[in-house]
Design a protein around this ligand. Sequence first.
Ligand code: ZN
Length: 466
Amino acid sequence: MSDSNPSATSSPTLYFAERALLASGWANNVLIDIRNGHFHRIHTDAKSSAEAVCLSGPVLPTMANLHSHAFQRVMAGAAEVSLCPEDSFWSWRNLMYKIVQNISPDDARIIATELYINMLKVGYTQVGEFHYLHHAQGGQAYGDQSEMSRQLIQAADDAGLGLSLLPVLYSYSGFGGLPPTQRQARFINSTDSYLALHQQCSRLLTNHSRHKLGIAFHSLRAVSKEQIETVLQALDTTSPVHIHIAEQQKEVQDCLSFSGQRPVQWLQNEIGLSERWCLIHGTHLDNKELKGMASSHAVAGLCPTTEANLGDGIFAGVEFEKAHGRWGIGSDSHVSLSIVEELRTLEYSQRLRDQQRNRLHRPQQNRVGDNLYQQALLGGNQACDVRFGLAQGHRADFMVLDSHHPFIAASESKDVMNRWLFACNGNLVKDVFAAGKQQIKNFKHAHEEASRSDFIRVIKKVMYDT
Ligand code: ZN
């Protein structure tokens, strides 16, 4: 099996850009030589050559989206109805549980294909798919245990997106091994069935060089300590490990009641944190947890638009930056799909909290937009097991911003990122290349029309039963 996308435009190997953001900073007159889907050589202050294709705007690295539940895209924007004065994450989850019962394997693939095409269109070329919708309606296992995983792999291949598949172990409904509810039946595995699933996923991904396989535990409330230990021992790899950690105060309180420790504290003391870990939604951490997490080099998986939409709370971004913590972004429930909006929401949440401007910067980078992009790029790389960034040897994933926009056309290179992230609202990602192949050309994906009509049909069926 190959991970090539037959729809991708066949691309030459030489490109020329008047300006490009390299790992070392902005450079002018950049000649990019791509071989076997990777950057072979990048020359700066170069002359264009007759064979080189001109890239018509500023060139940037693409980003890994480190946290996705693809099926949730079908309900984006449908939960903005006040049903009770205490609407919260937990009432949103009730709607999600209801809708998930309607999703067939075909539906899951169609939703994910549309989602992944749209990820490419905004500049993500890899996604960390936190995949826990494993079983059929009612909770029966499919004949092929990896049925739903296969749909996601197919969707990623059809779209041309790299997939970091994170099969999720989910066993309980609460701390202390509370039995799962009927509404969670499609998610549930034992340790043994999870390990078998993981092995099948590993087989499915053989020969897919752009796809990666990691490990995920749904949350501390959904698995036991013994399960985490058994899985980490059985899957003796160096691949990333993801977990939802502290999205809600109730989760923190339940963890304290059960163990006497807060979630990150528990994970550090009982299992140990390292740079393999990606802790999704570190929304409610105390200072000690925050510093411990930063020094462990684990990635904080931030999902600013989803966290804002669900009313989760505000991540202590300024404090985490001061502790040199590593972080990246994910679109999670996909209520929004935009690198710009994730990064802008993150920075603005800190400004609103502190009543100050320019919050997320570092001593070596006082331009907020540049710092946001750089940190999210590095954190996404680590959490999704990829290396994006324009540098020799890295996978040739990059994008071109629309140079027709006055802010882009007129800006000196040093201002491009701030102008784009803070002052532009329409999508400015004009062209996107993944592993050297052009997947988005002049804002368009080759499969987008067909995908859109399938997606409309699935929304009608899943959400409105028509
Ligand atoms: Zn999540």
